[in-house]
Design a protein around this ligand. Structure first.
Ligand code: URA
Ligand code: ZN
Length: 382
């Protein structure tokens, strides 16, 4: 392992524990995991466009040999802890902060949500216990559970030794993250020092991608554009609703370098000060904290943007001390080389940091691991 000054931390690293995979395998509607005749790995189907393809396949009775299967293959990278450690060792990652991937427990029925979350979070804690000092985690919340069970879940995860925050999608309780019913949840997280790792899943409505997308463009548009815009919109809504002022201790880590927020913050600001409605309502007074301020005071950004161009915008917007390296493993595996070898999600994101900040520089060391270790207290005895 590297010395403490140059430790590498992956803060965007997903796991699907076996019990969660079982839950997805039992489902008939998305999200689901399905096996197809002739295919080595089962397929994980989550996006609405993939559900349309699944429907067509069901009608035609197609197999892996006769058609392009929907979704993505569920390889051992999804749920094997040994594989996660192998990935970390291959890429010289000292510590990973693992989290359940989208869509988390968003689809679980109200009555089962709290217990499902508890068992998933226990599973994450025991994975961390198997590799002391190498794994920490962002817990999963039972958002569909009754309010008191949701708050009790925060209390529960706070007591798990390796939990450093929670991973959250943008849907909240069904109406987004500017929903005032979430304020007690945000306050409880802030009070307990639990960071929110905000991660997209729902993207934008399929019509936005046009009629050719499903057949011809693969997953590119929803993943490259839908995901980041979803995050941008969710945080802009929180900002406009005054959530950051209402809960000033709330800390949020935004996936994919904040979507497009660093790039669009200036435009959001301009739209705010030129909005007659907001001005008349007194919401644009001298005491208003700007989007720029919130970006520097309450927001952290991951460095999962694959290019120094986007990364420089993220650094300019939030500050080099608020950026944290990540890989998004097990997503985006190499398709033309051995999956057990090097992944571009590591090499591209690392190269982006080095190009933006200089190889071996203080800034690079901070983004590659120092920031995460400090901000999230990634020490086994902490
Ligand atoms: N695709 C997903 O569904 N989730 C990720 O985190 C990355 C890619
Ligand atoms: Zn991710």
């Amino acid at each position: 392992m590297a010395s403490s000054g140059s430790r590498v931390v992956d803060i965007h690293a997903h796991m699907y524990p076996p019990a969660y995979v079982g839950l997805l395998e039992s489902r008939q509607t998305i999200p689901l995991i399905r096996r197809f005749a002739g295919a080595k790995d089962p397929r994980y189907i989550i996006l609405p466009a993939e559900a349309e393809s699944l429907e067509k396949i069901n009608q035609a009775g197609a197999t892996a040999t006769t058609t392009q299967l929907p979704g993505r293959p569920v390889t051992t990278h999804y749920s094997s802890l040994q594989q996660k450690i192998h990935f970390m060792d291959t890429h010289k990652i000292d510590i990973s902060v693992i989290s359940l991937a989208n869509p988390w427990l968003d689809f679980v029925a109200e009555a089962e949500a709290a217990e499902t979350a508890r068992s998933v979070n226990r599973e994450f804690e025991s994975m961390c216990l198997e590799h002391p000092g190498r794994l920490f985690f962002f817990a999963t919340l039972p958002l569909s559970a009754p309010a008191e069970e949701l708050l009790a879940a925060i209390d529960f995860v706070r007591g798990l030794k390796h939990c450093r925050g929670v991973i959250l999608g943008t849907s909240g309780l069904g109406q987004g993250l500017d929903d005032l019913r979430l304020i007690p949840v945000f306050k409880a997280l802030a009070k307990n020092g639990l960071m929110i790792f905000l991660h997209p899943h729902y993207g934008l409505p399929s019509e936005v991608w046009g009629p050719r997308a499903t057949e011809e463009y693969g997953h590119v548009l929803p993943l490259a554009l839908g995901f980041p815009l979803e995050t941008t919109i969710a945080v802009a809504r929180m900002y406009l609703a005054g959530v950051f002022d209402e809960v000033p201790d709330l800390k949020m880590l935004l996936a994919h370098s904040g979507g497009t927020l660093p790039f669009l913050a200036g435009r959001i600001e301009s739209c705010i000060v030129h909005d007659g409605h907001l001005v008349r309502e007194g919401k644009v007074g001298p005491k208003r904290r700007t989007v720029w301020q919130v970006l520097k005071e309450q927001i952290y950004l991951d460095a999962v943007i694959y290019s120094e161009v986007g990364l420089k915008a993220a650094i300019d917007a939030s500050g080099v001390d608020r950026l944290m390296f990540g890989t998004d493993h097990p997503f985006f595996p190499p398709l033309t080389s051995d999956e057990q070898g090097e992944w571009e999600s590591m090499t591209w994101n690392k190269a982006a940091v080095e190009k933006a900040l200089g190889e071996g520089s203080q800034g690079t060391l901070a983004v590659m691991g120092g920031n995460a270790i400090g901000v999230l207290q990634l020490k086994e005895d902490a």
